[in-house]
Design a binder for this molecule. Structure first.
Ligand code: 4AD
Ligand code: MG
Length: 446
């Protein structure tokens, strides 16, 4: 086989050359005249033809099963349009090697992910290591990889520095009820809920900063947009005002989407996963919390709060109501100026209405909130009051407080849930299919 060209399946036209390809059987169809194998290798698909004869009559070939790893040799041929070869080419195999077998019997991949077994979702999650071999799951994960790269590129373009805050912490950011606590030598520690506080301490040193790290939330409800471990894209901007924060968020999100659309391969995957996807038009719709309350009540029938009553100022807009609103409006929305009562302790009050905060959630159709952000309280005394109200002991937060004591500045930032962003972009029903191996209440495997 010396002289054969090794190719990856995503590679273009190598017609006329004898090539060597390695991959796994995705689908197999044995017919009278030939056996057709769709081979996959993580870069693409290739239709391979083994003409009936010595090649297909061996015992090995008769028991080829989905998942079998093979190395195939043969000539790449063009297939006329209209014939059954998705990318217009197929490999005419003249020699093969079995690299790794896969079971054919009741232990076959097909059986392991069989639709006969119920409940369906937990089968798919238990067998996630097989599910990710499938087209849909692997496309979502490839888009995810690109999206992370796009965020990094967009931040770099804007001269943000990437930092890596710790995952093991001794402070809360988003309320004590969702902290994962663990023993830490002779002390207590938590898995971080958000790197925000650390980012706030880094802007004095490096200017605008960001991170892409895991955040952990001991969420006690099973919803299609909550994970126990998720990837959090967070940024913090120094010397800004609230409108600057909104402008930056919009610009960054659009920059990432544009990069996805400009990459042929990624754009094609998004098109397959989400045929209806439209690049959001700018500027994003802006809506104040108080107007959203009025909007919910003005629907017929009105969209009610969690107690089944019309919304009043101070109510949380719960997940269901939020999603109904986003689905009806069917556009990205910056929902702003939430009441201080229902928001995190660190949020800056709106100087024009101190009941409310300079806060924003970015809502996307189909998912609802994908980003949460705000201006940060930058006044020492106000922060001390906020600690007290939240029941936080200031001594654990001395390093965070010090920013208000040593050269404070107006600053703000946000956190974007990568899986929620992907659920929106790739039209996934749940964030669970937007990560390699999802973690949520009741699931910590595989
Ligand atoms: O709104 P959250 O809780 O805000 C923060 O954590 C801020 N400290 C971030 C910051 O300003 N740096 O979370 C931010 C985003 C949400 O909008 C959502 O997209 C995502 O993180 N998120 C989750 N994603 C999946 N599973 C969960 N349990 C999530 N909780 C939040
Ligand atoms: Mg939030």
């Amino acid at each position: 086989t010396i002289g054969d060209k090794d190719i990856q399946l995503g590679e273009g036209d190598v017609k006329g050359l004898r090539v060597k390809v390695s991959g796994r059987i995705h689908r197999i169809r044995a017919q009278k005249q030939a056996t057709f194998i769709t081979l996959v290798d993580g870069y693409g698909h290739l239709q391979c033809v083994l003409l009936a004869g010595p090649l297909t009559k061996t015992y090995e070939a008769l028991v080829f099963a989905q998942g079998t790893a093979l190395t195939l040799y043969g000539e790449m041929r063009k297939v006329p349009a209209g014939q059954d070869a998705p990318d217009g080419r197929e490999l005419h195999v003249d020699y093969y090697k079995v690299v790794g077998r896969a079971p054919t019997d009741e232990d076959s991949i097909t059986n392991r992910v069989s639709q006969q077994q119920l409940p369906w979702e937990s089968v798919m999650l238990d067998q996630r290591h097989f599910v990710i071999r499938g087209d849909n799951a692997s496309m979502v994960l490839k888009v995810r990889s690109f999206v992370e790269f796009a965020f990094m590129t967009q931040y770099r373009k804007r001269k943000f520095t990437k930092v890596s805050p710790p995952a093991l912490v001794q402070t809360q950011v988003e309320g004590g009820s969702t902290l994962f606590e663990l023993p830490y030598y002779d002390e207590k520690a938590y898995l971080t809920q958000s790197s925000q506080l650390y980012l706030e301490t880094a802007i004095q040193s490096m200017g605008n900063v960001y991170c892409i790290e895991k955040s952990f939330r001991a969420e006690k409800s099973l919803t299609r947009r909550h994970l126990a471990e998720y990837t959090h894209v967070e940024a913090e901007l120094d010397f800004i005002e609230f409108p600057d924060l909104l402008a930056h968020m919009e610009d960054l999100i659009c920059g990432v989407i544009d990069m996805c659309m400009e990459d042929q391969e990624i754009a094609a995957m998004i098109k397959l996963l989400n045929p209806e996807f439209k690049v959001p038009s700018r500027p994003f719709k802006r809506m104040r919390y108080s107007d959203a309350i009025d909007w919910l009540n003005a629907q017929s029938p009105p969209i009610l709060n969690e107690e089944g009553n019309p919304h009043t100022f101070g109510d949380d807009i719960a997940e269901a109501a939020e999603r109904q609103m986003t689905d009806i409006i069917n556009l990205p929305i910056f929902l702003t100026h939430f009441p201080a009562e229902i928001k995190a302790f660190y949020m800056q009050k709106d100087p024009n209405d101190r009941r409310t905060t300079e806060s924003v959630d970015c809502l996307m159709p189909g998912v609802g909130e994908i980003v949460g952000g705000s201006m940060r309280m930058d006044n020492f005394d106000e922060l001390m009051e906020a600690y007290e109200k939240e029941g936080i002991s200031p001594k654990d937060y001395y390093w965070y407080t010090d920013a208000r004591k040593y050269g404070t500045s107006p600053h703000g930032g946000y956190g974007l849930g990568l899986e929620r962003f992907l659920a929106w972009l790739c039209n996934q029903h749940s964030v669970r299919t937007c990560c390699l191996y999802p973690r949520f209440m009741g699931r910590c495997k595989p």
